[in-house]
Each structure stands twice: as C-alpha cells, then as structure tokens.
Design a protein around this ligand. Structure first.
Ligand SMILES: [Mg+2]
Length: 225
C-alpha cells in the first residue's frame, strides 16, 4: 500500500513539474527584467498629455521663482542660466512624430521648419528674472549652425531681452555636456557675474558647479551624459 502511494506521489510530482515547466521557462526569461518599449511609450504619452508633466515642471518653476525672489540682489551682477531643449522650448511634438526615435536630419529639419512652443512655466521664471534685472544666458548643446533657427524660435515664443545665446562651437562638438556647459558657466563667472540659478532638464546641464542654485525639470524622453 505504501509503495503504491509512493508511486502515485512520484507521478503527481512529475505531472506538476511538466505542467509548470513552461511557466518556469517564461519567468526565467530576461524579458521580465526589461520594461517593454511599447508600454513605456504609452506611459510617456500619458504622462505628457494628461498634464502631469506640465504640473511637475510648474512645481519646479515655482521653486525657481522663490529662489529668484529671495536671493536677487540689485547690488550684485547676477546671472541666470537656462538650457533650451525641454527647458525653455518643448519639442515633444517632434519626438512623438518620430515615435520617440531620433535622427539628426529630421531634427535639423524640425528646427528650421517649426516653432517649438515655450515651456510655459519656464517662461514665467524667465519673466521673473527679467523683472528683477537678472542677466539671462542660454547655454545649449545645439551647434552654432542652429543659431538663427534657435534665435527665431526663442523670440517667437516670448523669450526676449536675454544677454547671450551660447551654442556649441566647432571645438565643443563631442565634448561631454558637463564639461562644455560648466566651462561656459566658469567663463561667465570670470566676467564678474554671480550665477544665482541654473535651470535644465538634464543632470548634465547642472553638474560641474558654477551656480548657487540648480533646478531640474523632468524629461521622460531622453537622457544626455
Ligand atoms: Mg535640455
């Protein structure tokens, strides 16, 4: 009787193992540790188009305005730095149009043929800096060749009265963003400015020093070193 029970038990274990085997295989796949690209794209669209992104940018912009109001000093030569893409200008329409991919030809065409809208909450920070008499610099990863298109876009959406638009010169091409951007901030400080605030959507816009405060906006689409 015991032998018979043992046999049943072994058969049962083998049957369960055979049934569960495909599931085990499925869960062992690396796929389960990698977020699914289509799902991520849908999440990005939802985050952006539900207004959640704008709400979070607004929260960060309010912090920036509070810094300006609290720390501006008319006796100092103060400056504020803005990044451009996904900080001053919103290129979401471009990324959505190309299914969140990137190619430099399409990007070049986009910049020359389109006017990207302003990041609305950032425009409020900008206007607050203008109101307080703080000198405004843009430092962007865009190349010098994009100067005209960039100036046109900034002007059309309401960014006027800035001191300087700094783009990557030929010798800056290929230089990591932290090195390039902090180097430009160092130059601005060497001209006697105190950089009160630096605003960008990438950590590489902000790292490397040469600003008293930094504010980061969210960017769910791309990451730049
Ligand atoms: Mg940017």
């Amino acid at each position: 009787m015991t032998k018979k029970l043992n046999r049943y038990f072994i058969v049962l274990i083998l049957t369960v193992a055979v049934i569960l085997c495909p599931f085990y295989e499925a869960f062992a796949l690396k796929e389960h540790n990698i977020p699914n690209l289509s799902k991520i794209k849908r999440m990005v669209i939802e985050y952006k188009e539900s207004g959640e992104w704008a709400k979070e940018v607004e929260g960060q912009a309010k912090k920036a305005i509070a810094i300006i109001e609290e720390h501006h000093n008319k006796y100092l030569k103060q400056a504020i730095i803005f990044d451009i893409d996904e900080t001053a200008l919103d290129n979401y329409a471009f990324y959505k149009k190309y299914d969140f991919g990137y190619n430099s030809e399409a990007w070049h065409k986009w910049m020359h043929e389109n006017i990207a809208p302003a990041v609305e909450a950032n425009l409020e920070v900008y206007n607050k800096a203008v109101e307080k008499g703080i000198t405004i610099f843009f430092i962007t990863g865009r190349g010098e060749i994009k100067r005209e298109a960039t100036e046109r876009n900034l002007k059309q959406v309401g960014y006027s009265g800035y001191k300087e638009l700094i783009l990557r010169a030929k010798e800056d091409l290929g230089v990591p963003a932290v090195k390039y951007k902090s180097g430009r901030r160092k130059e601005i400080e060497s001209r006697g400015y105190e950089i009160l605030l630096n605003i960008g959507d990438q950590h590489s816009d902000l790292d490397g020093g040469y600003s008293r405060f930094t504010i980061k906006y969210p960017n769910p689409i791309y990451f730049l070193k």
